[in-house]
Design a protein around this ligand. Sequence first.
Ligand code: G3I
Length: 345
Amino acid sequence: DIPSLKDVYEPYFPIGAAIEPHQTTGLVSELLKKHVNMIVAENAMKPSSLQPSEGNFRWENADRIVQFAKENGMELRFHTLVWHNQVPDWFFLDENGKPMIDETDPDKREANKRLLLQRLETHVRTVVERYKDDIKYWDVVNEVVEPNDPDGMRNSPWYQITGTDYIETAFRAAREAGGPDIKLYINDYGTDDVRKRDRIYELVKEMLDRGVPIDGVGHQTHISIHWPPVDSIIESMQKFAELGLDNIVTELDMSLYAWNDRSDFGDQIPDHILAKQAERYGELFKAFRENSDILSEVTFWGIADNHTWLSSFPVDSRTEAPLLFDKNYHAKPAFWSVIEAAQED
Ligand code: G3I
């Protein structure tokens, strides 16, 4: 019998996993119950899942995940109220079905902006009111910063139509609907990158100065066995902690490949690659443990290698193994190094 991740990390932070509704039953659910005490929906709580057409909310899949977490004494994080992906087109169409981004008339642009912010507010309020007693941690906005886009803000329809007002509206509506006890996060990938980190910092600071209720920063932490350095991940958390913000690791996984590598290990992942992954996971968790005063959750984007978004990104159906359990739910070398990293030196 192997140790439980959540028990071993109990003194430091909860250990989480992203799941699909079908993973609430069967063998995988047993693995989850043993090792994690935090659950997040991989897709079931995104706007396209919850409100596929205007006013038509679908709760069934999200409810199944909430139910599973409650039955097993797990905490929940909500992912995500706002994103530029997996958001239905209807949000961005005007009353005549015309894409708001194509509008050139200034008065109509202003009216479109109001309509979009109103739709956003309705979405946020409806969802937060439904789940506020069950879900304490909320990804309010996801991936809104992009240093290569104008002003360093992702040039999504949200931004093109409202500027940064959609971010402010989402946080304020979430706080108003959810009250002071829910915790509100801005979530992003590549937060170790100095340009991106600094742009997020600037945005958050400016919003906090205006009283926008932001409690913390979610660091997705989709990394590889090669990159980035562990120190850069921790330095980013320290920088946000100086603003008085909480940090959480929201989507941790570790690809076997460098970002621009399109090769495929096929049937046999080399032992030295799994060993390298183990070494790096160990280093990372040691650093997480040592910084647990500024880090309050570590969630994996999945639980075992048979189910990971990386099997279809950036190369379709190549062998990937970014998690701590293999495709047969057996503990990998990386699992053991993460367990070891919890021991005091
Ligand atoms: O549900 C449909 C199904 O009906 C259809 O038959 C099938 C055919 O392609 O697609 C299914 O939808 C897929 C969905 O996952 C559910 O499996 C989408 O095509 C697929 O694009 C979608 O991928 C998700 C991706 O976000 C979308 O951008 C991944 O599962 C999910 O892991 C990934 O998660 C994101 C985080 O939300 C934000 N950070 C990055 C992270 C990884 O991309």
